[in-house]
Design a protein around this ligand. Structure first.
Ligand SMILES: [Fe+2]
Ligand SMILES: [Fe+2]
Length: 389
C-alpha cells in the first residue's frame, strides 16, 4: 500500500516536503496527475530512493507551481528486482483553479550554439515561432563566424513563420575569440530589428547599442552585454543610463529585459561568498532594475537545467520583478546532480512566457519530447500574492 503525505509551504505553489511510504519498494517517482492518471505531456517532478523501512522523502524547492489541470499526484514505486511497479493516485486538496494567462505569448530560446548541425536550433525556432514573437538571449551561434550567421539566417527564413518577429541580443559565443575579427552579430541584429519593424513593431535603437521593441503592452528591451573577443561586458557606456530612462518613460504592463548572462544575485548556480559577477556593471544594472517595477529579466549563458533544485526563476514580489535563467536549446546541466534522474531532465529546452497585466506564466518545454517540464513551470499573480501576504 503506497501512501503520500505533502506539507506544502505556500498556497498554490509546489514547494514542500513530499513523504512517500512504499514498503518493499526501492525507488518512487512523482508526477502531476488527474483522476485518470499522470498528465501525459508533463515530465516527472521527482525520483526518490525508498529506504529499507519503506520511507522516502523529497523536498521540493525553487518556487515552482502545480499545473492548473492537476487534481492528483501519481506515485509510482518500483521493487528492488525491478519486476513490479505499484501506483497510487493521491488527490490534491481542493484549490481555487488559477485562470489561464491570456495576453501576449512569447517564445524564448537561448544558447542555440549553432555550428554545423542545425536540427536542434531549427526545431527551437519552429516551436517558439508559434508565439507572438521569439526572444533570444544570445549564443545563437557557437563561434561567431560569417558561415554560422549565414546558416542561422537560412534557418530563420525556413523554420520561423514569416510573420513572427525574432528579437535577440549578443552572447559571448556570437563573437570569435580574436577581438579584432568578426562582428557579424551586429549585422544580424540590424537585420532582425528591420524585420521586426516591417512586421509592425515600434522599434527604438539607441546609439549605445541597446534597443527596445513594443509588442502590444509588452516592452521588450535588448541589452548587449557581450563584446568582440568573446567577453561578457557592455561595449559602450550608455546602455544602462538609457535603460533607466527608458524604464521611466515607457508605460508597459511588462518590461522584458534580454541580457545574455544572469545577475549575480539571481544566479541559478547557488551563490557562494566571493562569487564573481558574470559581467562588469552587474551591481549598477541590479540597482536600476530595482528602481522600477513589472520587469521580466531574461538570461541564458549558464546552460543550467530548468530541473535544478534551486529553481531558475526568482521573484521579487515587492517590485513584481521576475529573474528568469532559461536553460538552453543545447543539452543542459543539472547542478547539483541528483542520484535518480531521467536523461530528459537535461534535454535542450525552450520557454513559453505568457504575460498579462499583473500576471505571468512561465512554462519550459523539452525540445526532444515536446513535454512540459514540471520543474520548469512557474506562475506569478500580483493580486493572488497580495491576498496571501
Ligand atoms: Fe552558451
Ligand atoms: Fe554564453
Amino acid at each position: 500500500m503506497i501512501r503520500l503525505q505533502v506539507e506544502w509551504e505556500r498556497s498554490g505553489g509546489a514547494d514542500g516536503l513530499y513523504t512517500v511510504r512504499a514498503p518493499g519498494a526501492l525507488t518512487a517517482g512523482l508526477w502531476w496527475a488527474d483522476g485518470a492518471g499522470p498528465l501525459p505531456d508533463w515530465t516527472a517532478f521527482a525520483f526518490l530512493p525508498i529506504d529499507p523501512s519503506g520511507r522516502g522523502a523529497f523536498r521540493y524547492t525553487g518556487g515552482r507551481a502545480a499545473p492548473r489541470e492537476a487534481t492528483h499526484i501519481l506515485v509510482r514505486a518500483l521493487t528492488p528486482d525491478m519486476a513490479t511497479a505499484e501506483e497510487a493516485l493521491v488527490p490534491l486538496p481542493s484549490r481555487r483553479p488559477a485562470p489561464p494567462v491570456e495576453g501576449v505569448r512569447l517564445g524564448f530560446v537561448t544558447d542555440l550554439h549553432l555550428s554545423d548541425k542545425p536540427w536542434q536550433a531549427g526545431r527551437a525556432l519552429a516551436v517558439a515561432g508559434a508565439g507572438n514573437a521569439v526572444l533570444c538571449a544570445g549564443d545563437m551561434v557557437n563561434d561567431g563566424s560569417p558561415e554560422q550567421f549565414e546558416l542561422l539566417w537560412q534557418l530563420i527564413e525556413s523554420r520561423l513563420p514569416p510573420d513572427t518577429p525574432l528579437l535577440a541580443v549578443a552572447g559571448n559565443h556570437d563573437f570569435p575569440i580574436r577581438p579584432d575579427a568578426g562582428e557579424d552579430f551586429y549585422a544580424l541584429q540590424a537585420r532582425l530589428l528591420d524585420r521586426a519593424e516591417r512586421l509592425g513593431l515600434a522599434v527604438e535603437r539607441d546609439e549605445s547599442g541597446a534597443w527596445a521593441a513594443g509588442l502590444g503592452d509588452v516592452d521588450v528591451i535588448g541589452l548587449n552585454a557581450a563584446i568582440p573577443g568573446r567577453k561578457l561586458a557592455f561595449r559602450r557606456e550608455g546602455q544602462l543610463p538609457w535603460l533607466d530612462e527608458h524604464l521611466t518613460d515607457t508605460p508597459a504592463a511588462w518590461h522584458v529585459v534580454l541580457c545574455h548572462a544572469p545577475l549575480l544575485a539571481h544566479n541559478p548556480q547557488r551563490r557562494r561568498a566571493g562569487d564573481m559577477p558574470y559581467f562588469s556593471r552587474d551591481g549598477q544594472l541590479q540597482e536600476i532594475l530595482e528602481a522600477h517595477r513589472n520587469i521580466l529579466f531574461l538570461s541564458g549563458h549558464t546552460h543550467i537545467s530548468m530541473n535544478c533544485p534551486a529553481g531558475c526563476v526568482e521573484t521579487d514580489r515587492e517590485r513584481s520583478i521576475l529573474y528568469v535563467n532559461g536553460g538552453s536549446v543545447r543539452a543542459t546541466a543539472l547542478k547539483p546532480e541528483e542520484p535518480l534522474r531521467p536523461k530528459e531532465w537535461t534535454d535542450g529546452n525552450m520557454l513559453w512566457l505568457d504575460l498579462a497585466p499583473g500576471r505571468a506564466e512561465i512554462t519550459a518545454v523539452s525540445l526532444a519530447s515536446g513535454k512540459r517540464i514540471a520543474r520548469g513551470y512557474y506562475r506569478f499573480d500580483e493580486e493572488e500574492d497580495r491576498r496571501f501576504s
